[in-house]
Design a protein around this ligand. Structure first.
Ligand code: NAP
Length: 525
């Protein structure tokens, strides 16, 4: 234990640095990824239990996680937990909390650093599961894993910082200190679209601060969470600190959120579910002695704005990358391109040309840019939006879909009115609405006209407009002359305004505070 503390303290002194993305143009990396894909293929179709208080619990009722590229292929079978099992998991977390909260901050960080090392070693393997389970391209899967490693490294360091002496104004005759203590038991409810990074990030932040949790992964990506659970077990994390409960959010979500011993909920997902959690958590239950804390990160309808001074080629590249990376299934996806009249036709033409060049298909191959959307529901919903879009604008490229996987072509719909449904509602798929603005001020007003406020980008060379956008473009993550996706841990802390959530700024120096409460202690000398 003493060694672990020493090592964690030493590591925390090394400044945080983002994990580099894998260079797949190198033959050895391509080979390693192909081998990991083969390895994962040989492990498909197995059944995985719940983990409650360290015990593996099989369930009679299971559900299958399917490969969206080939829905006949089962990634794995997972237990469909009942509400009673969800309650047991809360109890197990509460038991573990009594000792885990006393573990020194550096030691807790030590587990997180050990998990970062293991994940780095197993990077290609972890990528491969994402390629199979959610249809990420190699680069997208690798970026997701890199971000997961970053969260572990960053929050480990942050906990060592929070665990050390805090600067306070001292007064004569007293000794004052401030300590950050954990909250208690939490529910971690991540989405499937960053099944590695967001799941690892929310779990790591919760436990490194001394809480114990029930991790309920999204039902379309339980395998990635299972792989992380295996790593936590391998690094020797005490039983019950993370309890793994799979099953439909609709079935077990309420039991977790309403539980009187639940202290906080860390959620990332849709606006609808986030608001429901907010409402349920607000209502005190019998025997509950605290106000539940919710960290809710939700959807987006993000915009890339282009004015007439911009480098138009670079703007078109940014629009296409923001709209279609991981099939547009990012909360940060630039699903609206808002272009001023003067350069509208020119930029649109470039966007269409670039979109037509994107490859859609087999994500087990390194050169594929886009894969399938995540499941049948997403496929149906996105195709319905494309039909709506055909009535709301001009479909200029894409619009098609083909099986057997859930493949939808990158779709560009132009001349969309700012208040049209496809310009206001989160589609969460490869559909770009292109909107014409009269001038820059109009473009900015359109950009701010949805109920969301997550990310946004402006392409412009006009310093005064950049300054204006800095003040008026109302989003949590604003970018100039670059795409609006791809926030880096520690570099661009992430979280949105308005209906995009509670602006928790994951990967930022304020994030861990959301998982702690500060105790001020004064002693008269
Ligand atoms: P979702 O349908 O809201 O699901 C998110 C999680 O909530 C899943 O684990 C889901 O479990 C669970 N859930 C569903 N119903 C629940 C309930 N009644 N009670 C408790 N939990 C429940 O979202 P998603 O489709 O996974 O993710 C896409 C959404 O996430 C998009 O809106 C996207 O913008 C947003 N997102 C936001 C951010 C951000 O940082 N702001 C980042 C990534 C994604 P089941 O799978 O079992 O239903």
């Amino acid at each position: 234990m003493a060694k672990m503390i020493e090592r964690a303290s030493e590591r925390a002194r090394i400044p945080f640095k983002n994990a580099a993305f894998t260079d797949f143009s190198k033959a050895e990396n391509r080979q390693a990824q192909l081998e990991a894909l083969e390895q994962v293929k040989s492990e498909l179709g197995q059944t995985h239990p719940l983990v409650i208080g360290g015990k593996k619990i099989n369930s009679e009722k299971t559900f299958a996680s399917l490969n969206p590229s080939n829905p006949e292929q089962v990634i794995g079978y997972f237990a469909s937990a009942t509400a009673e099992q969800a309650n047991e998991a809360v109890k197990a977390a509460e038991e573990a909390f009594t000792s885990w909260k006393r573990v020194p901050a550096e030691e807790r960080a030590g587990y997180i650093f050990a998990a970062a090392d293991l994940l780095s070693q197993k990077r290609f393997y972890f990528n491969a599961w994402m390629i199979y389970e959610v249809g990420k391209s190699w680069a997208e899967a690798d970026g997701d894993t890199a971000e997961a490693i970053d969260f572990l490294e960053f929050y480990g360091r942050e906990m060592v910082r929070l665990g050390s002496d805090q600067p306070l104004t001292q007064v004569e005759g007293e000794e004052n200190k401030l300590v950050y203590i954990p909250l208690g038991v939490g529910a971690v409810i991540p989405p499937w679209n960053f099944p590695g990074a967001i799941m690892v990030g929310m779990t790591a932040a919760s436990i490194v601060t001394g809480n114990a949790v029930v991790l309920k992964p999204a039902s379309t990506s339980p395998m990635i969470a299972w792989q992380f659970m295996r790593m936590l077990e391998e690094v020797g994390l005490p039983a019950g600190v993370v309890n793994f409960v799979t099953g439909s959010g609709g079935t077990i979500g309420d039991a977790l959120i309403e539980h009187p011993r639940m202290r906080f909920i860390a959620f990332t997902g849709s606006r609808e579910v986030g608001l429901r959690i907010h409402e349920l958590a607000a209502k005190p239950q019998k025997g509950q002695v605290w106000i539940k804390r919710t960290v809710l990160e939700m959807g987006g309808k993000d915009a890339v704005v282009v004015d007439e001074t911009a480098d138009l080629d670079s703007a078109a590249t940014g629009i296409v990358a923001s709209a279609f990376g991981f099939q547009g299934q990012k909360c940060s996806a630039g699903s609206r391109a808002i272009i001023v009249e003067k350069v509208y036709d020119e930029v649109l033409q470039k966007v269409i040309e670039k979109t037509k060049k994107l490859s859609l298909g087999d994500v087990t191959q390194p050169e594929t840019y886009m894969g399938p959307v995540v499941d049948q529901n997403a496929y149906n919903k996105i195709n319905e939006y494309i039909e709506v879009g055909k009535g709301e604008g001009r479909l200029l490229t894409g619009g098609g879909h083909h099986g057997p996987g859930y493949f939808i072509e990158p779709t560009v719909i132009a001349d969309v009115a700012p208040r049209a449904r496809i310009a206001q509602e989160e589609i969460f798929g490869p559909v770009l609405a292109v909107i014409k603005a009269k001038d820059f001020d109009d473009a900015l007003a359109i950009a701010n006209s949805t109920e969301y406020g997550l990310t946004g980008a402006l392409y412009s060379r006009d310093a005064a407009r950049i300054e204006q956008a800095e003040e008026e473009f109302h989003v949590g993550n604003l970018y100039f002359n670059r795409k609006c996706t791809g926030a880096l841990v520690g570099v661009q802390p992430f979280g949105g305004f308005n209906m995009s959530g509670t602006d928790s700024k994951a990967g930022g120096h304020d994030y861990l505070l959301l998982f702690t409460q500060a105790k001020s202690i004064a002693t008269k000398k």
